[in-house]
Ligand binder design. Sequence first.
Ligand code: HEC
Ligand code: HEC
Length: 288
Amino acid sequence: MKNFIRIILFSFVMSLGYWGFSNYGIPQIIPELPPVEEEIGGSITMPQYIALGKKIFNGKGTCTLCHNPVGGRAPLLDVAGKDGPPEGIRAEERIKDPRYKGKAKNGVEYIYESETDPSAFVVAGYGKPGTNDTVSPMPQTNKGSIGLSDPELYAVIAFLQDAAGVKVTVNLPKGAPATAAAEEPAKVTPAKTPEEAFTKFACVTCHTIPGIPDATGEVGPNQTGLATRAAKRVKGLNAEQYIRQSILTPNAYVVKDFDPDVMPQDFSEQMTVKELDMIVKYLLEKTG
Ligand code: HEC
Ligand code: HEC
């Protein structure tokens, strides 16, 4: 269990764009981004592009929030798992699946389609409850709060092909887009509004939150009506106390029909007191 929590902690720290590595003593195993000058003019090399894809996969793409070995919420991609060989190989097989009705003609196109239109093909057993595997719970990673650009989406594909040990068949980006793709994630500063906080901590990727247009996630409970039910969740805790506990120690009470260990367990180390207060106040006042 301790290990599980550590893995979640690890992937989440990375999903925040690596800030805090030195603060939390997590060993840096991700290759350094290539120096910025080398991307300008599109002179990025394939190994650099793959390293960028790995960084996006673990970081701003938020892929490892779901595609990780802990929660079982999504198929493993960079390594083999119960859903088959690594995605770089599996993608080629998906398009031959009799259930496949998408437009992709090869593995690269399949992964790109998964990133931008996740419901085009839903891996059996992972669809949104009640949809008979026709609707994916995965967000479109080229839109909303994740918002990856094409060069970033293809960098992730290059990384997944490389991780699978197959030939990398994506093209290197040319000129300006490469520079855009290689931009460092913005320095993490304390959020000033609840909207910013929900995005910064990726709540929006997993939760639907009333009044927050980007928050359309469906991995965790929809927060509509939270303030009302929070008062009744745990004997002895009022609504505010329950919401605080849900954020700081999510496994203390696991909502029925959801799994433990899916929500990051280390928000107490990531958030400032002000950010936490702002989030709790919003959830208490705006979710009804
Ligand atoms: C909120 C959770 C979530 C996030 C974030 C997420 N995914 Fe997914 N993804 C899923 C789930 C669940 C599935 C399985 C259902 C389906 O096929 O859509 C899936 C399926 C996929 C598939 C198809 C897998 C297969 O076996 O064919 C690919 C490729 C993929 N995701 C790539 C990504 C990438 C790349 C990112 C980050 C840029 C990402 N996902 C972010 C939940 C997520
Ligand atoms: C990787 C997905 C994920 C992320 C990111 C995430 N959550 Fe959750 N959250 C869940 C899941 C799954 C549950 C249900 C299981 C449980 O109770 O732990 C949950 C439960 C909750 C609950 C309890 C809801 C209820 O009905 O009792 C609250 C409140 C909550 N989350 C708030 C947040 C906030 C605020 C953030 C961002 C700071 C956040 N979550 C980030 C997945 C996530």
